[in-house]
Design a protein around this ligand. Structure first.
Ligand code: SAM
Length: 230
């Protein structure tokens, strides 16, 4: 049994893909993908020893050692160019995901689809995709155990295409904004409340230039989101 979060990520793996799951931890995602026949075979990459051991154990326990290669390394360093055609990176911050993609750009040769699940900072991932010729083709937002998660799917193409109001949609997600689901509205109501609390605090105590600057920045963000919410 896989979490709803990882199941959503897995649902976007093209049938028969050679998958590289980066930051795989227990390797639950590549195991599930191979068992269900989403992926033909997979590479599970991990930088840390503990999770690497868990991944090896899990792959062995599932009897998938012939299909899944568990490798130690930073980001995309674990694959050769052309080796994988689908990459998943889940459960990390958006800045780390963008850094991993940027550092390993030569390894993206032959990759047809990226499936990315940033825990925070999805905006940074969208911006990276936009700047590097990857077109967002789908997005999902879901809630599990009180947490809200976003899943971004990208393929090579016209990176600008999905966006109408660029600045706001880099933040909100063009497909998520269009869909305007209950979970989406909840996420942005939460964010707005949070930002407004900080603005009120800054107004009360922050007399420094830096505090004023921070307050103006947040006010701009609040305005951007409020205007862009459907
Ligand atoms: N992908 C799994 C998931 O979504 O459930 C695990 C998420 S876990 C929170 C993040 C994992 O990424 C950790 O096991 C961590 O060791 C690994 N990680 C962090 N930075 C990494 C990097 N630069 N390269 C490879 N793995 C990394």
């Amino acid at each position: 049994h896989l979490s709803k979060r990882l199941e959503t990520v897995a649902s976007f793996i093209p049938k028969g893909a050679v998958l590289a799951d980066i930051g795989s931890d227990h390797a639950y995602l590549p195991c599930y993908a191979c068992l269900r026949g989403y992926a033909a075979k997979a590479i599970a990459g991990e930088v840390a020893d503990g999770p690497l051991r868990s991944a090896r154990q899990q792959v062995e326990k599932a009897g998938l050692s012939h299909l899944i290669s568990v490798r130690k390394g930073d980001g995309l360093a674990v694959i050769a160019p052309g080796e994988a055609d689908c990459i998943t990176i889940a459960g990390m911050g958006g800045s780390l995901i963008a850094r991993i993609l940027g550092d390993g750009e030569d390894k993206l040769a032959g990759v047809r689809r990226l499936i990315l699940q940033p825990n925070i900072g999805a905006e940074l991932v969208r911006r990276w995709l936009l700047d590097h010729g990857w077109e967002l083709v789908a997005e999902r937002i879901l809630k599990e155990d009180g947490q809200i998660y976003e899943v971004l799917v990208a393929e090579r193409g016209d990176a600008r295409r999905p966006y109408r109001h660029l600045e706001a949609e880099l933040l909100l997600g063009p497909f998520l904004r269009q869909e305007n689901s209950e979970v989406f509205r909840e996420k942005w109501q939460r964010e707005l409340r949070h930002w407004k609390r900080i603005i009120a605090d800054l107004a009360e105590k922050g007399e420094s230039e830096a505090a004023q600057e921070k307050k103006r920045e947040l006010e701009k963000k609040v305005q951007l989101v409020e205007e862009a919410l459907p």
